[in-house]
Design a protein around this ligand. Structure first.
Ligand SMILES: Cc1cc2nc3c(=O)[nH]c(=O)nc-3n(C[C@H](O)[C@H](O)[C@H](O)COP(=O)(O)O)c2cc1C
Length: 162
């Protein structure tokens, strides 16, 4: 989480400066984690509270991993992953400054975030698979997002290399 969305500084504007760049430092993403196999953490869906650098439990029902996997068009490596990162945009954060062009910027931002996940994972001998094939309504519903003001943009699985 630190490498993908960690907050290094809060400026006087105020805006956050993080370990990834973002157009206008808008940082429109909220990160959700599907945690399956991480020592010391109960499996389930969590949200990352970037400023506090903490996880908030969202849903720890046992079926949640399979539901997220189904929303990812049954790509089974989601269910088998140690952790799956899910990045959802709160589009207003970008839109209020850049209007429609902000829609372009969130996708560029997502690329940086996911690339940092690839790099961070590599350094601990883990692998990542980016995912853009998912059912928008299904994944947004699971996360309680309305699909208009907030919606999932990108997903990345992480697991140990074998
Ligand atoms: C934008 C994007 C979307 C992707 N979506 C998926 C996906 O939904 N499912 C999947 O298995 N791989 C997905 N991938 C992974 C690519 O298939 C993979 O990066 C490519 O085959 C090259 O393999 P490598 O990353 O191991 O070099 C995606 C990659 C990117 C960059």
């Amino acid at each position: 989480m630190w490498c993908t969305q960690g907050v290094k500084k809060i400026t006087s504007r105020p805006s956050t400066l993080r370990n990834v760049p973002s157009a206008g430092a808008r940082h429109s993403f909220e990160s959700y984690l599907l945690i399956n196999k991480v020592e010391g953490i109960k499996p389930g869906l969590y949200r990352y509270l970037a400023i506090d650098h903490k996880l908030l439990e969202v849903n720890t029902e046992p079926a949640i991993a399979l539901k997220v996997t189904k929303a990812c068009l049954d790509q089974v490596f989601v269910n088998n992953s140690a952790v799956t990162f899910i990045w959802a945009s709160v589009i207003y954060r970008m839109k209020y400054r850049y209007g429609e062009r902000g829609y372009r910027y969130i996708h560029l931002d997502a690329g940086h975030v996911c690339q940092n996940l690839y790099l961070a994972a590599q350094s601990i001998d883990c692998g990542v698979c980016a995912i853009a094939a998912f059912d928008d309504d299904e994944i947004n519903n699971l996360l309680g997002l309305d699909g208009e003001e907030q919606f999932v943009v990108y997903i990345g699985t992480v697991g140990k290399r074998i």
